[in-house]
Design a protein around this ligand. Structure first.
Ligand SMILES: Cc1cc2nc3c(=O)[nH]c(=O)nc-3n(C[C@H](O)[C@H](O)[C@H](O)COP(=O)(O)OP(=O)(O)OC[C@H]3O[C@@H](n4cnc5c(N)ncnc54)[C@H](O)[C@@H]3O)c2cc1C
Length: 282
């Protein structure tokens, strides 16, 4: 029996296949638990039947978290049209920000997301600071998971507190055969979190205190002595700090671009920095 694909190929007048944009699933969830991990890191566990079938797609990926617009209790979710998401006319758009799925429990349908509380100037941070069980939100489009190279002899991992959830997920999957040098810039010692790993890990906590983002991370990475063998770098932090580190790793250290995975997780002075800023301009 001929299948549909065979029929299309053998019909000369068939119109060229139209690229269909994948439809991400908007999953309505509620807050189940709120736990302060540190003074500035709050774990919010969300749950809901719409999480059935969710997958984190690997480590250090992200979801878009959709939060109710001011004055709403539930975020308005779009319908999916041919050109992408369409919101009902006059409906306020939800606040959408990128966050790392820190822990996913498929049986309990629980997803942990760790929010940096950086102040009330960010709607997501402000929402997290006030979140309580029962609050409604949605998550969509798990994306861009990272696959640490199992053949690498060593990994250089650098980031700020916004990258701590992603760094934790990477360290959880690194094999015992590898070596990881981890540099994390946070405000002070109260922001340190456990980072378990099977790998041989050397963790450097860097305290910026009242200093600028990157003021401790950049000089620390510049001073790292790279071990012998094949190395890989993973960096996520403020966007200009990321660029400074990317430039250093590629232009000054001579690392291959393919061995350097970088991402600007937020940008000083800019709201909702795009979640595809991988610093390719460097
Ligand atoms: C792939 C990916 C994964 C991410 N995972 C996480 C995660 O797991 N946990 C997490 O907390 N963040 C994570 N982030 C970063 C988060 O998306 C941004 O910090 C986001 O801007 C927060 O939204 P907001 O509404 O609080 O602030 P926005 O409205 O976006 O920004 C308002 C102001 O706050 C400043 N600002 C934003 N973020 C920070 C910050 N972290 N520190 C200091 N100032 C800031 C901005 O410069 C701006 O001036 C991730 C980002 C990406 C791209």
């Amino acid at each position: 029996m001929a299948n549909a694909a065979t029929n299309v190929e053998s019909t000369p007048s068939a119109a060229p296949a139209r690229r269909v944009r994948p439809r991400p699933q908007y999953r309505a969830v509620v807050v189940k638990r709120v736990q302060d991990l540190t003074p500035h890191m709050r774990r919010i566990t969300v749950t809901g039947s719409e999480l059935a079938g969710f997958s984190t797609q690997g480590v250090a990926g992200h979801v878009r978290v959709l939060l109710p617009a001011p004055g709403q209790e539930t975020p308005a979710l779009p319908e999916w049209g041919p050109e992408g998401p369409v919101y009902a006319e006059g409906q306020p758009r939800p606040t959408s920000r990128a966050y790392t799925p820190r822990r996913w429990d498929e049986e309990a349908l629980e997803l942990d997301i760790d929010f940096v509380l950086h102040g009330d100037n960010g709607p997501a941070s402000a929402w997290a600071a006030r979140a309580k069980p029962g609050d409604k939100l949605a998550v969509v489009a798990p994306r861009r998971a990272f696959q640490p190279d199992p053949a690498a002899d060593w990994h250089l991992i650098a980031g700020d507190e916004s990258a701590l959830p992603a760094i934790a997920t990477i360290l959880e999957v690194l094999p015992a055969s590898t070596w990881a040098m981890v540099y994390v810039e946070v405000t002070d010692a109260l922001e340190e979190l456990p980072l378990p790993s099977a790998a041989r890990v050397e963790i450097h906590w860097l305290y910026r205190r009242a200093g600028a983002p990157g003021s401790k991370l950049v000089p620390a990475v510049r001073e790292v002595t790279f071990p012998r063998g094949q190395g890989r770098a993973w960096v996520a932090c403020e966007a200009e700090v990321m660029r400074s580190l990317r430039r250093h790793l590629i232009a000054e250290r001579g690392m291959d671009r393919a061995a350097v995975n970088t991402q600007g997780y937020w940008k000083a002075g800019a709201a909702n920095h795009p979640d595809h800023d991988t610093g390719e301009d460097i």
